[in-house]
Ligand binder design. Structure first.
Ligand code: NAD
Length: 358
């Protein structure tokens, strides 16, 4: 017979306090917040992080996120998810119940510059992780992306709709993640949920993304690069606040998948004109931006817009943070972090901080 809490062929469902969770990409933006919330808010038995601290963007920002995690009791390892031996060591040591896989090569435009980074991080490393999970069974929640919908998807984007042509290599690599997860489920009974994140922003955010990049340009007086979609069309993104994303990730951890290849949208559900995001930032930073209008790169979508009906029903997902509030919290962090550390480093030691100390 079946014991309570176990369904044939399904993952066991340990209580929160018994969970041992591996977070990959823990020094990254979303991985950091997920690990933090698992350790602080959820109080799982143990959170272990791994990150390669690659140089795609500001490594010091990754180190600062990792230091924060270490202070709250998360064990963070420097290591590559592609390295089978490293994974073998970690899985054998900790016997994870769950894996939150956020390590990847993110970014759409960079996929034109360095395609191999996407093949390696998003394809090869994902398989290497799946192989470890197959040997040491754990439940997997992994990052997909709104990019999988491409330019020809029906609006709003529904996870029920079959995917159309991917618009760039990054999107293709995320679609491949979903296919691989589904294949490992069919072949090896490995259960997982993919989460299609929509343009995430918030404190500790990525310097290559709009909120941080715009804020940086505003405070340094540099022109803000703003992509123009075309005559009469405005670029829109379904900007989603990090805390809402993390609560979706945690809900996914509590779900028992019912079929192979489950993937859901995590988005705010309301597209915002990107230029309006800039206006929120100008207001919070009390500075007017100089705008440098540029044509939209062909790899980019004009609009992203999440249909979150299914995520609401299946995961209980309900994003709560209005953009004005989200940007307010982002700028509060940005002022401390950027103006204190980055600007100070750029100017050199002779400038503001020393002046203030003297
Ligand atoms: P991020 O770049 O901040 O985090 C990824 C982390 O993974 C980085 O710290 C990087 O050093 C690490 N990493 C990369 N390759 C690795 C490897 N082989 N081994 C170990 N660590 C490795 O990105 P993020 O914004 O936190 O994104 C997390 C996930 O969510 C990614 O899969 C990304 O594609 C996806 N996503 C993000 C957004 C968004 O708006 N931020 C939107 C859609 C999808």
């Amino acid at each position: 017979g079946l014991s309570v809490g176990f369904t044939l062929g399904r993952k066991p469902e340990p209580r929160r306090s018994e969970r041992v969770v591996l977070v990959t990409g823990a020094a990254g933006f979303i991985g950091f917040h997920a690990a933090k919330q698992l350790a602080e808010g959820w109080g799982v038995e143990r959170v272990v992080g791994i990150d390669s601290f690659n140089e795609y963007y500001d490594v010091q920002l990754k180190k600062d996120r990792a230091s924060y995690l270490l202070r709250i009791g998360v064990e963070v390892y420097r290591g590559d998810v592609c390295d089978g031996e490293v994974l073998q060591h970690l899985f054998a040591k900790y016997n994870f119940t769950d894996v939150v896989h956020m390590a990847a090569q993110a970014g759409v435009r960079y996929s034109l510059e360095d395609p191999q980074a996407y093949v390696s991080a998003n394809y090869e490393c994902f398989i290497s992780l799946l192989d470890s999970i197959q040997k040491y069974p754990a439940y997997l929640v992994y990052a997909s992306s709104s990019s999988v919908y491409g330019k020809r998807a029906t609006v709003p984007f529904s996870s029920e709709e079959p995917l159309k042509a991917p618009g760039n290599l990054y999107a293709a690599s995320k679609i491949m993640n979903e296919h691989l997860a589904s294949a490992y489920c069919s072949q090896h009974d490995l259960h997982s949920i993919g989460l299609r994140f929509f343009t995430v922003y918030g404190p500790w955010g990525r310097p290559d993304m709009a909120a941080y990049k715009f804020a940086e340009c505003i405070v340094t007086g540099m022109p803000v690069p703003l992509f123009e979609a075309g005559p009469g069309e405005q670029l829109k993104r379904d900007f989603t606040y990090i805390d809402d994303i993390v609560s979706g990730v945690l809900s996914a951890l509590e779900r028992t998948p019912e079929r192979c290849g489950e993937a859901y949208n995590l988005g705010f559900g309301e597209p915002l004109i990107v230029e309006d995001m800039l206006h929120y930032l100008e207001k919070e930073l009390a500075t007017t931006a100089v705008i440098d209008r540029q044509p939209l790169p062909p790899s980019d979508m004009i609009l992203t817009f999440a249909d979150i009906t299914i995520s609401r029903n299946v995961l209980g997902f309900s994003p709560k943070t209005p953009t004005a509030e989200g940007i307010h919290r982002f700028v509060k962090w940005f002022r401390d972090y950027y103006e204190d550390r980055v600007q100070w480093e750029k100017k050199g030691r002779s400038s503001s901080r020393n002046a203030r100390l003297e």
